[in-house]
Ligand binder design. Structure first.
Ligand SMILES: Cc1cc2nc3c(=O)[nH]c(=O)nc-3n(C[C@H](O)[C@H](O)[C@H](O)COP(=O)(O)OP(=O)(O)OC[C@H]3O[C@@H](n4cnc5c(N)ncnc54)[C@H](O)[C@@H]3O)c2cc1C
Length: 376
């Protein structure tokens, strides 16, 4: 069967683009490798822009149990500084969010094929893309959207991650005292080889998600227990939070190869790259989901306006570049020993600096493709 558009990957970006296109009457097939949504490595923080886009997509995060987040805290060693977030924010597990997005795509009329992985994407003819799945079936369409997130498709990959980041996510039930103390805040904890985020998600659960350089993980013996001990030693604030906490997963979920700072320069005709396949912002900004939604919305608008993908992709890059570069500079600061040495001062100026950084690292919204572009 041939549709107008083939979307590879049914996470945030893939679902959002498919809904936008189906709502404008396009025939869309979306292929997602997982049979049902599962836990993903993610801090699960939803920024103001993400909330706006999700609302326009018809996703009511409050009804899914999302927890409003009003404060951000920066914790290094034993010190912590707090600032109110300058925009509305919330947190929600990716399992709940991805479940709602897939359901919205199906409701919008998207044909969803789940439980099959795309093995390759190549040209069947000059004007037709062909995706071959692991069960041997093939799908063809004149246009494809690449939305496979952290996983690269052979022939369409991103560069290697020179820092060899390793990321982990674990769920905990914190002690009653620590749950109350964390309250409605998202906390950033800093270590000599990376950083981590702690925040409440639905059902009284706390998400702890961290990103560390491979050599830091190696110094911890390449084991989660060793890493956790090392991070708590580096940052006693984390040790305080996790004191008496009950882990809720048998082992953390983990990923490697995160090419932070990557922005796709070019693409082929008829192939729009969105989400992490378009750009990968440092995780501490909590902005990856909003960028995934933003790129999906803009790519769908470009396709509907008959803007060719090779014209669209560099334009998207230019739009994302300032925010991405600023986020990278800020991330380097967090990972820099000298910066941590002057942290007592940084912590004093942190609330104001955080507000400015938070504003500057948001993606600016062109009026022509406002969140309403997702609406029915
Ligand atoms: C450590 C860490 C913490 C983060 N924390 C936050 C945060 O707190 N807030 C935030 O906004 N962002 C955060 N992010 C970023 C955010 O998770 C991503 O930017 C976002 O999920 C990108 O959306 P996507 O649609 O591109 O990818 P995804 O949401 O990952 O979706 C990709 C989908 O494609 C599917 N897929 C992959 N390969 C194939 C294949 N071959 N065939 C078919 N399907 C395939 C996958 O199963 C998946 O469902 C974090 C990232 C990391 C690494």
């Amino acid at each position: 069967m041939q549709d107008e558009v083939l979307i590879l990957g049914g996470g945030v970006a893939g679902c959002a683009a498919s809904i936008a296109l189906a709502r404008r009457g396009r025939s869309v097939t979306l292929i997602e490798r997982e049979p049902t949504p599962r836990h993903k490595v993610c801090g699960e923080f939803l920024s103001g822009e993400a909330l706006e886009d999700l609302h326009a997509l018809g996703i009511d995060v409050a009804s899914l149990g999302a927890v409003p987040i009003y404060y951000v805290r920066l914790a290094a060693s034993r010190r912590a500084a707090e600032a109110p977030l300058p925009f509305p924010a919330a947190s929600l597990t990716r399992k709940a969010l991805d479940t709602a997005l897939i359901a919205a795509a199906i409701a919008a009329g998207v044909r969803v094929k789940r439980g099959c992985s795309v093995q390759s994407l190549s040209r069947a003819t000059a004007n037709l893309w062909q995706a071959t799945l692991d069960d041997g079936t093939t799908y063809e369409a004149p246009t494809a959207f690449l939305a496979t997130g952290k996983r690269d498709l052979r022939g369409h990959g991103r560069p290697k991650d020179p820092h060899q980041w390793v990321a982990f996510k674990m769920y905990y039930r914190l002690s009653a005292a620590q749950t109350a103390d964390l309250a409605d805040a998202s906390e950033l904890t800093l270590y000599s080889g990376g950083y981590g985020g702690i925040q409440p998600v639905e059902d009284g659960i706390t998400n702890f998600c961290c990103v560390v350089q491979r050599q830091y993980f190696a110094r911890a013996g390449l084991r989660w227990e060793g890493l956790l001990a090392k991070m708590q030693q580096d940052c006693p604030h984390l040790a305080m939070r996790l004191d008496g906490a009950e882990p809720l997963l048998d082992k953390p979920i983990t990923i490697t190869h995160i090419p932070y700072g990557y922005i796709r320069r070019a693409t082929e005709d008829g192939l729009y790259c969105i989400g992490d396949q378009a750009a990968v912002i440092p995780s501490f900004t909590g902005d990856g989901i909003s960028i995934a939604l933003h790129t999906a919305r803009r790519a769908a608008a470009a396709y509907l306006a008959a803007e060719p993908a090779p014209v669209f992709q560099p334009k998207l890059r230019s739009a994302l570049l300032p925010q991405m570069r600023l986020a990278e500079v800020a991330a380097d600061g967090l990972n820099n020993a000298l910066a941590r040495a002057v942290l007592p001062f940084c912590l004093r100026v942190w609330p104001g600096a955080m507000r400015v950084t938070a504003r500057l690292t948001r993606v600016t919204q062109p009026a022509a493709v406002a969140p309403e572009a997702f609406a029915n």
